[in-house]
Ligand binder design. Structure first.
Ligand SMILES: Cc1cc2nc3c(=O)[nH]c(=O)nc-3n(C[C@H](O)[C@H](O)[C@H](O)COP(=O)(O)OP(=O)(O)OC[C@H]3O[C@@H](n4cnc5c(N)ncnc54)[C@H](O)[C@@H]3O)c2cc1C
Ligand code: FES
Length: 424
């Protein structure tokens, strides 16, 4: 009897323990489930917020793009700022003269200026990259003074850049074409990026850097800037502020020929040029999008080495500032005996035979006294856009960035593919 009572008491204890355990498990499970649900909800909310933010940005961009203009618009210089100790780079801040809103732009795009330079017989057209993030009221360009080439010191210094430095002050009114260009950063992506600026080629990538930091978020950015020494070091204070205040941004400054007084770790980070060897040492992998602008030798080397490192071509985006020197090289002589296909200049009423010694139709037209206006000579700006009435042209390896509409062509970047009839 006593044994039975003891057994049922023990059984009761087990039942109680079982009940308590399953209640406890139920409570833990409910807690875990509600925590998971909360986390999922938070993630969903975050995802929604990002989607809404992206949609808003797209919307704002489309609205601000609708503010774009065609042809020239007057802008007033409202501020000038020297950006390097050697005073060779100067920023110009521009406000629309009509004080109406201005369109936003993609970081990396440029403005085209049509300048009336005293002493020049025709309008001087030049492109300058926007060097800051998009702003509702202001555009900024940063311009390097271009001297005569080292191997031709008696040549006249650069027309437009020296005009800006010497003559364009606060209050000056300039004719400007709307932002354009296909070299820009995809701001809707979170993809890690490497921005590379050599010399004044810092301008478009600085616009990208400033856009990413202005947008907030944690997009990983490596910013490599190559210059000669502390004298030519542009935007130094700004870059140091960005570096100190954004943990997602790494700024690496390379001096190719530091002064004796320049200190590694203080004035600059690396003694040498920006190179893929450096990327291999500093980046955890090659899985980045690389966006670069700089002098042609630097770009050629870096692009080739990136390709050899296995970076896909689609991840290497570049801007070229066009031929920096030799733009005004003496016009080539026309070869009267050339036997290439016929080129007929409609408005000039002239038909001549193409000479393959010319690199482009623009230069051939110039040599024949049928000027086609040009600026970048690199297929970027569209200044040399010409109507093709009949025939075909070939761009060969010079595929331009600028989209030439059907029936037009960029005379700076192509040669005739058979006889052509053009509206010049
Ligand atoms: C898309 C794009 C964006 C750009 N962005 C920027 C930017 O952000 N900042 C910037 O500073 N630049 C930028 N540039 C470059 C800029 O457009 C100009 O090319 C640059 O300022 C030089 O123009 P310039 O009129 O001063 O020189 P030019 O008058 O065109 O002269 C160019 C060179 O030719 C030399 N020269 C003159 N006569 C002769 C001769 N007879 N024979 C041989 N050489 C001669 C000059 O001394 C000079 O060295 C950009 C270019 C492009 C295409
Ligand atoms: S001159 Fe700029 S595209 Fe031809």
């Amino acid at each position: 009897m006593a044994f039975l009572a003891q057994s049922s008491w023990i059984l009761g204890v087990f039942v109680m323990l079982g009940l308590m355990t399953s209640t406890l498990l139920f409570v833990i499970d409910s807690f875990r489930r509600s925590r998971n649900e909360r986390e999922i909800h938070e993630l969903e909310t975050q995802r929604m917020r990002i989607a809404v933010q992206k949609a808003r940005e797209k919307h704002e961009q489309s609205i601000s793009k609708s503010l774009s203009w065609s042809g020239n618009r007057k802008f007033e210089v409202v501020r000038r700022e020297i950006e390097s100790p050697d005073e060779q780079i100067c920023s110009f801040y521009l406000e629309a003269h009509d004080h109406r809103p201005i369109p936003g732009f993609e970081p990396g795009q440029f403005l085209t200026f049509e300048l009336k330079v005293p002493g020049e017989t025709s309008t001087v057209t030049r492109c300058y990259s926007l060097s800051d993030a998009s702003d509702e009221k202001l555009y900024r360009v940063s311009i390097k003074r271009v001297p005569a080439p080292r191997d031709f010191p008696e040549a006249a210094p650069g027309v437009s850049s020296n005009f800006f430095h010497d003559n364009v002050d606060v209050g000056h009114i300039l004719d400007v074409r709307a932002p354009s260009g296909k070299f820009f950063l995809d701001t809707t992506s979170d993809r890690p990026i490497v921005l590379i600026g050599g010399g004044v080629g810092i301008t478009p990538v600085l616009s990208m850097l400033n856009t990413v930091t202005a947008m907030g978020g944690n997009r990983e950015v490596w910013f490599f800037y190559g210059t000669i020494d502390s004298n030519s070091h542009a935007m130094r204070e700004h870059l140091e502020t960005v570096k100190a205040s954004h943990s997602n941004v790494k700024v690496v400054v390379c001096y190719s020929r530091p002064l004796e007084t320049d200190q590694e770790g203080v004035d600059y980070d690396v003694n040498g040029r920006v190179s893929v060897e450096l990327f291999k040492q500093m980046l955890p992998s090659n899985n980045y999008q690389f966006l670069m602008c700089g002098p042609p030798p630097m770009m050629e080397t870096v692009i080739e080495d990136l390709e050899n490192w296995g970076v896909p071509d689609a991840d290497i985006l570049r801007e070229s500032f066009g031929p920096a020197s030799g733009r005004k090289a003496p016009v080539m002589q026309v070869n009267e005996n050339a036997e290439g296909p016929e080129i007929t200049f409609k408005r000039a009423g002239k038909t001549v035979n193409w000479d393959p010694a010319f690199e482009s139709i623009v230069k051939f037209a110039e040599a024949n006294g049928c000027d086609i206006p040009y600026a970048c000579l690199a297929g970027n700006c569209g200044t040399c856009l010409t109507t093709l009435i009949d025939g075909k042209v070939s761009y060969g390896d010079n595929q331009p960035d600028y989209d030439a509409e059907e029936g037009t062509f960029l005379a700076c970047s192509c040669v005739p593919d058979g006889a052509i009839y053009i509206d010049v």
